[in-house]
Design a protein around this ligand. Sequence first.
Ligand code: NAP
Length: 326
Amino acid sequence: METTIKWGIIGLGSIAHKFVKDLLLVEKCTLEAVASRNLKKAESFSKQYNATSFYNSYEALFKNLLVDIVYIATPNNSHKLYTVLALEHKKAVLCEKPFAINKKQVYTMIEASKNNNTFLMEAMWSRFIPSIKKIKNSIDSGEIGEVKYINADFSFKANTSIQRIYDKELGGGSLLDIGIYPVFLAYLLLGIPTKINANAHYYKSGADSQLAMLFNYKNAQAILFSSFNSTSKRVAKISGTLGEIIINEPWNETNSFTIQKNNEEASLISLPTVGKGFSHEIVECTNCLLENKIESTTWSHQNSLDLITLLDAIRKEINLTYKEDL
Ligand SMILES: NC(=O)c1ccc[n+]([C@@H]2O[C@H](COP(=O)([O-])OP(=O)(O)OC[C@H]3O[C@@H](n4cnc5c(N)ncnc54)[C@H](OP(=O)(O)O)[C@@H]3O)[C@@H](O)[C@H]2O)c1
């Protein structure tokens, strides 16, 4: 692998615009190629961000021999298809969250990574946010004692004219789109729960519009929530036997957190993100590629499998199925 990592992007929608701005901030990375289903859109995106090539087909980008890694920013229902196709073209892949619709699909994607000896990572960018990394280390080293309770949500009043929010064909619904973040936090800090309870409200399509989840652990509990129906500040709380951590808003991409140890003054820890915060997962991919790894140790294939297993279990509780489950 050369010392500069050449990126391709497919699916030039809302998140691709945010991601590329951070990509351009990261050392040792360049934007080589972009692809859209629409040539004019690809050309305009390419001009805006100085990509070398642009295409009106995702597969054409996979065939570009100069591209090292592809960022997949298409709707949820297509993640597995394009990930496997890219890996078969020996392109490393950073695929947006949710990694796929269900565990069966994620398993297939990981197999494709192994079979092609090519890097694959879920774009769980929150795992690489400096504050979240620091919090994980603080909790693991017992700074607030034994964690007994986590409270996290991700909720905003969505524009329901945006099809991918509610359309089950595209893998819509609050759990897969945003509920994945509070589930990620509970998993990161407490692991796999012994019992899950969940209740949802639904769109006419059958996709969940809001969802309350309770994770029970042997010695702890987590109360989690996601919704497209109302706005919430997005502050998360982690409560331990020796103190509490408040992850400041918006917790999943935060610049700071507050730690309040029992009987001590609260202290604010500021760890600003570079750019919006996607830069940190981009650095991780870059380092992994330069070290010829096929997975990250910080957000591994097993972490993605565990996370999708939890999402599948929550969907079972709320009787939410997608056609990919059949
Ligand atoms: N990490 C984050 O913070 C974050 C935030 C938002 C979304 N996401 C994830 O990123 C992915 C894309 O979300 P987004 O908000 O960017 O969606 P979006 O604005 O709708 O963009 C998705 C793009 O996918 C392409 N596409 C391919 N097949 C499509 C189809 N059948 N219908 C619609 N678009 C199709 C389109 O690009 P072309 O027309 O150029 O082909 C479209 O612009 C989702 O998986 C979502 O969960 C992540």
